[in-house]
Ligand binder design. Structure first.
Ligand SMILES: [Zn+2]
Length: 132
């Protein structure tokens, strides 16, 4: 929303009818407003301050933000999925390692002798280690 310039103080210049009526904030930290320096193009406004143009720019900016937000969200979900995938692969590899260790210790090649309670104990130990 663009405000129209209106002189308030005694030293404020009057509205210049050749120029755009938009009130523009002064340089830096100034809180004072002056009249836009551009020539009028659409009625009493310059192209930049013409309300439909301001609205269009605001909408474009909003669309850009929205697109960026959605992209950030998509990327975040993908990273989360990747972390989960990596975690699951680590878990499966850990089970393979436990089985391999027991295959090596067994007499019959390719046969793993491991009791279910021992396997559970090994998995619990891993879970405890991974929680740290
Ligand atoms: Zn202007």
């Amino acid at each position: 929303m663009t405000h129209e310039y209106k002189p308030h103080g005694l030293n404020d210049p009057q509205v210049d009818s050749e120029r755009c009526v938009a009130a523009v904030q002064g340089e830096g930290r100034s809180i004072s407003f002056h009249q836009c320096r551009r020539k009028r193009k659409y009625g009493k406004w310059c192209a930049q301050h013409y309300p439909p143009n301001v609205k269009k720019r605001d909408e474009e900016r909003h669309r850009r933000w929205e697109a960026e937000r959605k992209e950030d969200e998509r990327r975040w979900r993908e990273e989360k999925r990747t972390r989960l995938r990596v975690g699951r692969i680590d878990a499966l590899n850990a089970v393979h390692e436990i089985l391999d260790k027991n295959v090596a210790a067994s007499d019959a090649p390719g046969t793993a002798y491991i009791s279910v309670p021992l396997l559970r104990a090994e998995l619990d130990a891993l879970a405890t280690k991974w929680k740290k």
